[in-house]
Write a protein that binds this ligand. Sequence first.
Ligand code: GLU
Ligand code: ZN
Length: 507
Amino acid sequence: MASAPSPKLSAPLEQGAPPSAVRVRFCPSPTGNPHVGLVRTALFNWAFARHHQGTLVFRIEDTDAARDSEESYEQLLDSMRWLGFDWDEGPEVGGPHAPYRQSQRMDLYKDVARKLLEAGHAYHCYCTTSELEERREAARAAGRPSGYDGHCRELSAAQVEEYTAQGREPIVRFRMPDEAITFTDLVRGEITYLAENVPDYGIVRANGAPLYTLVNPVDDALMEITHVLRGEDLLSSTPRQIALYKALTELGIAKETPAFGHLPYVMGEGNKKLSKRDPQSSLNLYRERGFLPEGLLNYLSLLGWSLSADRDIFSVEEMVAAFEISDVNPNPARFDLKKAEAINADHIRLLDVKDFAERCAPWLKAPFAPWAPEDFDESKWQAIAPHAQTRLKVLSEITDNVDFLFLPEPVFDEASWTKAMKEGSDALLRTAREKLESADWTSADSLKEAVLAAGEAHGLKLGKAQAPVRVAVTGRTVGLPLFESLQILGKDTTLARIDAALAKLAA
Ligand code: GLU
Ligand code: ZN
């Protein structure tokens, strides 16, 4: 399954082709650690934009002062850069629709809200939460739709005066047209929402703060977004946004309503929707465990899409070349950590060995590495790296795999020691030591012959014979190829460790 990605890219990526009119956006709210669902959305938008030679707008939806933070904003940018995404407009790159942080665009939204009110597309709603709740309950009891009932749609001047005298502060509500809304979702096909199921909705809070329901479509309009690709959880806001778009078009604010495509839900453990709070969904977790961005993106692309039935491993360039939004599968996708790791492992193998060695750097020093910095030996690392590259699922596994090279003594894992050091292990170790002492240390094969011969002398197959040697030298029963490991560690240290193990056995 691990075929190397082919460098051949199809036509849409050819250099010099004119940019298309496609404009898509990635517009997360900076409300904590980025999660994998958000990365999947970013990836699909990015791939769509690049496939069509379009423009990717990166917008920060930070209008919720209570939940957004500067720290989350920085994290978000850092994550996007780490993943390798680029964007054509947005933070750090600017663009014709700057600023791209909604917190810096408040006046724009207030202006649009005022225009919507003036044109009658929106109205002030004075209902209190308890009044709304009461009427909702009554509607439910009577079997009527329980959304907002239009109470304040046509208030008289006298009523408004009375409410104002009572000290009520109104919210601004958008007036939904009294007709069904039908649109063709790029992933799910035609969808119709009946008017009774999409009631008038709030767009500005009583304190004047514009809501997501307003700012998101207003910015899509102002930024001339042509395709909205986002998670299925936002599907129900689409009929509202389409109606708002229509009003904005009438007011000359929007050009045309974008096309919408809703990406499938991602299911986690127990077939439950993967939530932002689920530790498994935190992007940082994957970074810290040493997922390669290309491995993670390859895996996330499979949550709702595939390159072909027989190829799981591919590069983002290949994804870009092949990506069609109509190929996205509307059915929920299952997040499978094992598969993610297997795909990552394949991407680790595809790296150039020098690149692999460099990418391991964070796990070869504090706080991950237990050895003193001065005990790290670059040439030993370079020698062992190719052997490690073919065995890791995630880069963080490198530390335990090479610690025997840089620690003055191996870390003995008790379970491994007990498992490997059986009756007769001391005799075997003594013979192995003898044979290793006279072996040719310029050849790993010669070391293998030595242990093989020691095993034969004690009636043991190679596997059984090498286990005590491995534990004596590396501390563990499993690890990188043993004879190359011994060779890289060196004759003196290897023999000294066997001596130390013999002493430990004798004690
Ligand atoms: N800021 C919204 C979110 O993160 C964006 C939704 C959208 O793509 O329209 O959920
Ligand atoms: Zn009302």
